[in-house]
Ligand binder design. Structure first.
Ligand code: GDP
Length: 396
């Protein structure tokens, strides 16, 4: 048992002849032995984590820890993925490579809707229901507008209080800031890590603004749009484009006085869907009623998702979509990479103001300006390759 004392500990200055010490000292930490450390953290005991490696984990430590479903290692692996440090990037890619055979087996579900539609309340109720059914659920978010200072959706754990406390659930806020491409890569890789850690259902939340819906659609199997009642006004706010991405439209808050309005809204959405191209070949999108508060309609929603899973697996659409998502991912990363190479090139950056100015003054056309900048970039890259070739390290 730890003991509290105010007597002077041996490391206090000798001058203190009162032999009294202002701060209380807890004894007891010394009493912890290797075995008791093991008792505090079972992962230390069973060898999936090594106590002294706490500071720096090797690629192998990450692969083993994540494969064993260790949440601390998973969280650290995600932090590695999210890091902008090139050294971390390489290590993260090695970790991912080691975990790749364990990925791809989860069902990936995207959830979008305007702020206030009830996404986080629904995810909490739905996630708890899935955990009760024996699933392991990871909840991720894609919010390119988030930044370290502003916080992000899901950043506030209290939004999903009961779910975040469950062992079967893992909640991770959106990677902060950066370009949508950067956030998308980090979120996709985080999804793979969660799959490798044994989560069989991945819920990806998106803020209902800008391009993030398209990005999330491109990384999930099933996409649902959560909408509010009061169809008339609200329908104005929902972009038709987003409805075209949805495999299900969920009219939330179908409870209490709102139930009647929700039924009207559902019928309204059903009529609209008639005129919209289905998001998934061979699947008819419908509108459903749900209440995250009353936990109604959630079991039915899960039945819809399971039916979708079966239909698309049987028809081959599921596999085809996953394949094309992978290739799109490759393409979008090439785009992003080339974009960064160009816009981070110091010579290009140096000439940019002068060329932009020439365009604005009508001296050269935008097309000529682009040709000039690309030429500068090409020459710069060729020179760089030449320099690399004659670098002493490359002469051996
Ligand atoms: P988000 O911004 O889309 O994540 O929305 P929230 O989940 O934060 O919910 C917005 C507000 O709607 C909150 O005040 C919730 O308490 C409320 N809300 C969410 N789901 C329901 C529901 O099923 N019924 C009712 N009546 N209110 C709900």
């Amino acid at each position: 048992m730890a003991e509290y004392t105010t007597s002077k500990p041996e490391w206090a200055p000798d001058k203190d002849d009162e032999n009294k010490f202002a701060c209380g000292v807890m004894s007891g930490i010394d009493g912890i032995t290797d075995t008791t450390v093991g008792n505090l953290n079972p992962a230390l005991k069973n060898g999936t984590m090594k106590p002294k490696r706490k500071m720096v984990l090797s690629v192998d430590d990450y692969v083993k820890g994540v494969s064993a479903g260790d949440r601390v290692t998973l969280a650290r692996a995600i932090t590695l993925i999210e890091s902008n440090n090139p050294k971390h990037f390489r290590k993260a890619q090695e970790v991912l490579q080691g975990l790749l055979p364990r990925t791809g087996k989860a069902l990936r579900i995207g959830i979008t809707g305007v702020p206030g539609a009830g996404k986080s309340t629904t995810i909490e109720a739905f996630g708890n229901m899935l955990c009760d059914m024996g699933h392991r659920v990871a909840v991720l978010a894609v919010d390119p507008t988030s930044s370290v200072t502003r916080g992000s959706i899901l950043g506030d754990k209290t939004r999903m209080g009961t779910l975040s406390r469950r062992q079967e659930a893992f909640i991770r806020p959106s990677p902060a800031g950066g370009t949508l491409g950067g956030v998308a890569r980090k979120s996709r890789e985080t999804m793979l890590l969660c799959e490798a850690a044994g989560y069989d259902i991945i819920l990806v939340e998106t803020v209902g603004v800008g391009q993030s819906e398209t990005t999330v659609r491109s990384m999930v199997d099933f996409f649902m749009l959560i909408v509010l009642t009061g169809a008339g006004d609200e329908l104005q706010g929902i972009k038709k484009g987003i409805m075209e991405l949805a495999d299900a439209i969920v009219v939330n808050k179908a409870d209490g006085d709102n139930l009647l309005k929700a039924k009207v809204a559902r019928a309204e959405y059903e009529r609209m869907i008639e005129f919209i191209r289905p998001a998934t070949e061979g699947w008819r999108t419908h509108a459903y009623l749900a209440s995250a508060y009353k936990k109604t309609g959630l079991k039915e929603l899960w039945d819809v998702i399971r039916a979708f899973d079966k239909v698309t697996h049987d028809s081959g659409v599921f596999k085809r979509r996953r394949d094309s998502q992978l290739l799109d991912w490759v393409h979008s990363m090439i785009d992003e990479h080339l974009h960064n190479l160009f816009f981070d090139d110091p010579v290009v950056l140096g000439r940019m103001p002068e060329i932009k100015d020439a365009v604005l003054r009508g001296i050269i056309s935008p097309t000529q300006a682009v040709a000039e900048l690309i030429h500068i970039f090409d020459v710069q890259r060729a020179t760089q390759r030449h320099v690399d070739l004659f670098h002493p390290d490359n002469q051996k």
